[in-house]
Design a protein around this ligand. Structure first.
Ligand code: ADP
Length: 432
């Protein structure tokens, strides 16, 4: 073995000596080096695109997998997504589910705003158009509901939530958002509202009978009552009156939700209407020594609106202000007009009452919500009044906000256009 190794070393040494002794050695070495470098470069040049291609194919596969997962998630959630890019329209897109929700075939329809509006139900088209026109002018988030009609005739309710980004010149840069299929929820809600409407309607007749009988007992038309009997009947009448109030609220809410609260437009003297509501509340206010004041412009503004609905708004705001006032409080209702052509009525109703706790303020317009201090102060409320007010104002393109401090008082600010005409399903809500 040792001999073999010694022989090998000897051969290597001889080759080394021969090469080093050779005057051409540096040339050979340089040539070999050049060949090696050239081979390296050639290998890199040839294999780089292949590697890049493989990497790119991998990225595309990953992207497809993510897209597939996203499509599945959208399908499960009945949600379509869209992007309208106004700078690079070719970047605009609708997801697969978005096409399905609109009843369209992808790639046959361009993902444009007009294609989207074209799918809308004819009764909702104008409002959908207005909603999206407004969305293109105002930055921030927006949402609206409308019905789409597929070529097959299938109708779907879609709630669209979007976000607008404007350029510095205030032109739209892009709108991105999602459309949620709320058909099932809308139908269930409708069925619930129909049930509530029917039930409250049926309850009205017996409650009205109780009211008449109690009144007959109290006014002595069926004989005199003892003091104790009178006390019981008064309590019975007051509880019944409360029930009538709840049933009326439920009936109004269900009617407005079903869209069957028919609108009758007429000329309304708003100050006269507010005065009649104030007079209705006068006795309750006097009982608590609450000052009740109405402030009107010298010429009372007239509006074209549905008297019953405007009355409901004033009645709920003013009766709440009186209800949630403490003894010796003060309630003010001020009516003014605003706008270049005085086209909007502003209603301010303020009180020095119990106020709304800060943490409950975001929920105050929700159906059936009552603040904790209100439940203690007036256990009989329904939590439907403000929901009704907000829903009515949304229907007639008005609005409402408020300021409140617990223990100090509350001020509601409502606005109603002088031409308070009804908006349909595609109501737009904006928050900034
Ligand atoms: P309710 O029948 O309970 O008065 P509303 O829908 O009219 O129902 O009002 C919802 C809740 O908003 C009330 O329960 C109360 O917590 C609060 N609220 C409304 N108006 C006032 C007010 N003027 N002062 C204090 N809290 C108020």
């Amino acid at each position: 073995m040792d001999t073999l190794l010694a022989q090998g070393a000897h051969i290597v040494q001889n080759v080394e000596d021969a090469l080093v002794a050779n005057p051409m050695f540096p040339l050979y070495a340089a040539a070999i080096l050049i060949l090696l470098v050239a081979w390296g470069i050639a290998h890199a040049v040839i294999s780089a695109p292949v590697r890049a291609e493989r990497k790119f194919a991998g990225i595309l596969r990953d992207l497809d997998a993510v897209r597939e997962k996203l499509n599945e998630a959208e399908k499960i959630g009945n949600l379509g997504s869209f992007l309208w890019d106004f700078e690079n329209p070719s970047e605009s897109f609708w997801s697969e589910e978005m096409y399905i929700l609109c009843g369209l075939v992808s790639r046959k329809t361009p993902p444009t705003i007009s294609a989207f509006i074209d799918t809308s139900h004819k009764e909702d088209r104008e409002n959908a158009q207005t909603a999206l026109d407004t969305a293109q002018k105002q930055p921030g988030s927006f949402s609206f509901v409308f019905r789409t009609v597929a070529p097959s005739g299938q109708v779907r309710y879609l709630r669209v939530h979007g976000m607008t980004i404007l350029k510095v010149d205030k032109k739209p840069r892009r709108i991105q958002g999602v459309a949620h299929d709320i058909t099932q929820e809308t139908e269930v809600d409708r069925a619930k509202s129909e049930f509530v409407s029917l039930a409250s309607h049926q309850l009205k007749t017996p409650l009205t009978s109780v009211k008449w009988f109690a009144e007959a007992l109290l006014n002595g038309s069926v004989g005199e009552l003892s003091a104790e009997q009178r006390k019981y009947v008064i309590n019975m009448e007051s509880a019944n009156q409360n029930m009538i109030h709840i049933v009326n609220d439920l009936l109004n809410v269900s009617r407005i939700e079903l869209g069957v609260l028919s609108m009758r437009y007429e000329d309304i003297d708003i100050c006269e209407l507010a005065q009649s509501v104030i007079e209705e509340q006068r006795q309750t206010a006097n009982d608590k020594d609450v000052t009740l004041k109405l402030m009107c412009p010298s010429t009372s503004p007239h509006m074209n609106a549905d008297r019953t609905l405007v009355r409901m708004v004033l009645q709920n705001l003013i009766s709440n202000a009186v209800k949630y006032s403490m003894k010796n409080g003060r309630v003010e209702c001020e009516l003014t007009t605003s706008g270049v052509k005085r086209e909007t009525i502003l209603i301010r109703v303020s009180d020095t009452g119990i106020g709304i706790p800060k943490e409950e303020q975001p929920h105050i317009f929700e159906k059936l919500h009552r603040a904790s201090n209100a439940k203690v102060h007036s256990p009989d409320g329904t939590g439907l009044g403000l929901y009704l007010v907000k829903t009515i104002l949304e229907r007639i393109a008005g609005g409402i906000t408020f300021e409140s401090a617990e223990g100090k008082g509350t001020t509601f600010f409502a606005s109603i256009p002088l031409k308070a005409e009804e908006k349909t399903t595609a109501d737009i809500k904006r928050d900034y």
